[in-house]
Design a protein around this ligand. Structure first.
Ligand code: DGY
Length: 329
């Protein structure tokens, strides 16, 4: 393909094959570092562009979207798209896409890794061995909690929630889930998963894993009241979005041991972490890397590039979030 006039802005570093793919057909303005652009820089840089390949740290609120002239598509390099006001984009006729499916298993692996690390105190154990404090075997040295045969509660039985539940099945776990919509019968049957109320899930689960999107309705979905319903031996895992959990309330619950532990990949004000969480041993912390395998991050980059290329070539982008805009004559 020969470069055409349409211009694409890539707001941050992505995998090189995705940049090459776009450069083979379009003029590309590539911000080839990770610092990102301030809203002012973004507004200036976006002039004359028909597509923007963006990341979850780029905020496209209604005001920013209203200032975009001539942009046909925002191609987010993430499955989550709470950084984009999709309704505002739709009003302006701007297509929005995300990167579903390619990161499902990778993210579920990581959620389960956090669950296991928190239950079996792997990070504490590693630090303990490193510290030189290990003198002898004792009956209760770094004892944690069993995982097999326990109850796993999944909030949000979408693609990633189901993949986490499948892992739980492999550990002989009983699967409970809560979602606004009941999953199809065959999904429930395959996972041996039972729909329960939010309250029941919190009260019955040994492990609670969060897989709901961040929306106005899920902000602080887990707060002090929800944490108080959980077992004192329960472990909370969050690989969804930080603001789904009230971080101050969680830090308090972990400090007072009203729940046993947590594994967190996401935070309310990334990259800031509630200072109390940094001082606690019963929480495993990761810097928003649940989808971070080489294979998956490469696939996410390509998928976003393909979405942008499709829109600019007059084809329906495969991962369109506002299909109502795609009315072909
Ligand atoms: C997403 O895709 O939404 C993740 O948070 C980053 O992979």
């Amino acid at each position: 393909m020969r470069p055409v006039a349409a211009q694409i802005l890539i707001t941050k570093r992505i995998y090189p094959e995705a940049v090459q793919f776009l450069r083979s057909a379009f003029e590309v303005d590539y911000v080839d570092h990770d610092d990102g652009l301030t809203p002012e820089q973004l507004r200036a840089r976006v002039r004359g562009k028909a597509a923007i390949v963006c990341q979850l740290t780029d905020r496209f609120d209604a005001a920013m979207i209203d200032s975009l002239e001539g942009v046909r598509i925002l191609a987010n390099v993430a499955v989550g798209y709470d950084n984009i006001d999709v309704a505002a984009a739709t009003r302006r006729g701007i297509l929005v896409t995300n990167t579903p499916d390619v990161l499902t298993e990778t993210t579920a692996d990581f959620a389960f890794a956090l669950l296991m690390a928190a239950a079996r105190r792997i990070v504490e154990a590693h630090a303990f061995v490193h510290s030189g404090e290990w003198r002898r075997w004792t009956i209760d040295l770094l004892v944690g909690y069993d995982i097999f045969n326990k109850t796993l509660g999944v909030f949000g039985l979408g693609r990633i929630g189901q993949a986490v539940a499948r892992r739980g099945l492999g550990f002989g776990m009983k699967i409970l889930y809560h979602d606004l919509r009941r999953a199809p019968e065959e999904v429930e049957a395959a996972l041996n998963a039972r729909w329960v109320s939010k309250e029941e899930l919190l009260a019955e689960s040994d492990f609670v894993s969060l897989h709901v999107p961040l929306t106005a309705g899920t902000r602080h979905f887990i707060g002090a009241a929800e944490l108080a319903r959980m077992k004192p031996t329960a472990i909370l895992v969050n690989t969804a979005r930080g603001p789904v959990v009230d971080e101050a309330a969680l830090a308090e619950a972990l400090e007072r041991k009203t729940i046993a532990a947590a594994g967190l990949d996401v935070f309310e004000a990334e990259p800031k972490v509630h200072p109390k969480l940094l001082d606690l041993n019963n929480v495993v912390l990761a810097p928003h890397i649940a989808s971070a395998s080489v294979e998956t991050r490469r696939r996410m980059s390509m998928m976003a590039a393909e979405n942008a290329a499709a829109a600019l070539s007059g084809r329906r982008p495969p991962n369109l979030l506002n299909p109502e805009l795609w009315i072909q004559p």
